[in-house]
Design a protein. Structure first.
Length: 75
């Protein structure tokens, strides 16, 4: 099953790996973020979704660090 990277702020698909790389990704990200299960999930079709952040959100987060906190609060 392919692995898809999706922005956890705006749901944009950032990219996909055309092979099952879940184990590799787990090892890769474990060092970065620790709580890997918060970032990886399986969807209904059994595809692995990695919740990441897209360039757009990364930029706006850098420019307006309070914006996303506010948006999450309002939802
Ligand atoms: Zn985004």
């Amino acid at each position: 099953m392919p692995v898809r990277y999706r922005c956890r702020h705006c749901e944009t698909e950032i990219g996909r790996l055309p092979f099952d790389a879940e184990e590799t990704i787990r090892k890769l990200h474990l060092f970065e973020i620790g709580e890997i299960d918060d970032y990886i999930e399986k969807d209904a079709r059994g595809e692995t979704i990695v919740h990441s952040i897209c360039e757009h959100c990364e930029d706006s987060l850098r420019q307006f660090p309070d914006y996303h906190a506010l948006k999450n609060w309002l939802q």
